[in-house]
Write a protein that binds this ligand. Structure first.
Ligand SMILES: Cc1cc2nc3c(=O)[nH]c(=O)nc-3n(C[C@H](O)[C@H](O)[C@H](O)COP(=O)(O)O)c2cc1C
Length: 311
């Protein structure tokens, strides 16, 4: 039996040179701009949080209804509603910077490569951001988003040009709506990505049998939550076999054991999204319970879990 040290297991992980106090991160789009959660949980006790996708200009998003509950999950077509990168820098970032120990990852979105580059340029000059996560995978916009993440030439172009202007580590968020996610991860890595994150939501459709109409105004939406977890774990494992850069795994994580599963499959860190809708403290609870899980399983360093599934 191995000792876990007087303070318990070491929960630190490192991604592209950035050290996190825990591998459990709040996922983009489900945690606002972070600051809204200040009174709900301890932002310095979670590994990091990812902002809502930031675009060059503010975006109103898609018409309602744009969120529905499904069996073991939810569908959304928010359409990347956000305040825009400049308002984020002016209004949210100064408040975040006052909270000690918070790690902010800015999620970047654009309809064109030039849009993304402009967002990154704006963020480059703002202090208090640890990394960027480039959303190459949103299924809820008619152009940009998933279009980048499902075409390997476009993905290479997007990732390499964004990497060239990024002053901070660049995580490329991959779409699961592809035939080979391992190939797309390789393309991102070849383009210079410092890490990849996966999965974004699965393109989906729900129809009301009474009205025969889609339940979501956008017609299609993105499926998330526990329903997608086994597919996401399989994809993380596939990606771990095709790239050497760190992987941030997500999709349906609601408890510590789910996080362990993603790490065993090959993830260095994990993100928690939909679970925050059911319980706004979910990310911190999962981080705390992961530490307890490591202690009870005599694992001195959580980083030892990565890629150790016996498959
Ligand atoms: C309501 C909602 C909004 C989201 N918005 C974004 C976003 O702006 N950018 C992004 O990269 N991912 C976004 N996502 C995807 C999540 O970050 C995550 O990849 C996905 O939901 C799978 O994880 P989960 O099953 O834990 O929710 C959103 C997800 C939901 C449910």
């Amino acid at each position: 039996m191995r000792p876990t040290g007087p303070k318990g297991p070491d929960m630190r992980v490192t991604i592209a040179g950035v050290e996190l106090c825990s591998p459990v991160i709040a996922a983009s789009g489900t945690f606002g701009y972070g600051i809204e959660f200040e009174d709900i949980l301890s932002l310095d006790r979670i590994g990091a949080f990812v902002t809502k996708g930031l675009s060059r200009e503010p975006m109103a998003g898609n018409p309602s209804p744009r969120i529905i509950e499904t069996a073991a999950g939810m569908m959304n077509a928010i359409g990347l509603q956000n305040m825009g990168v400049h308002a984020f820098i002016a209004e949210k970032l100064p408040k975040l910077r006052k909270i000690k120990g918070v790690v902010t990852i800015a999620n970047v979105f654009g309809f064109t490569i030039e849009d993304c580059i402009e967002v990154i340029h704006a963020l480059n000059d703002a202090p208090g951001i640890a990394m960027y996560e480039l959303n190459a995978s949103c299924p809820n916009t008619s152009h940009g988003g998933m279009v980048f993440g499902t075409n390997h030439e476009l993905l290479f172009d997007l990732a390499s040009r964004c990497r060239a202007v990024s002053k901070r580590p660049l995580i490329v968020k991959l779409s699961p709506n592809v035939t080979s996610i391992g190939l797309m991860a390789r393309v991102a890595a070849d383009a210079g990505a410092d890490a990849v994150s996966l999965v974004n939501t699965f393109l989906s459709l729900a129809i009301d049998p009474e009205t025969r109409r889609p339940r979501i105004a956008n017609v299609t939406g993105g499926l998330s939550g526990p329903a997608i977890k086994p597919i996401a774990v399989r994809m993380v494992n596939e990606v771990s076999r095709s790239v050497r850069i760190p992987i941030l795994g997500m999709g349906g994580i609601v408890r510590a054991e789910d996080a362990v599963e993603f790490m065993l499959a090959g993830a260095t860190a994990v993100q928690v999204g939909t679970a925050s809708y059911a319980d706004p403290r979910a990310v911190e609870n999962i981080a705390n319970n992961l530490k307890k899980w490591c202690a009870s399983h005599h694992i001195p360093r959580v980083s030892e879990l990565t890629g150790t599934a016996i498959l």
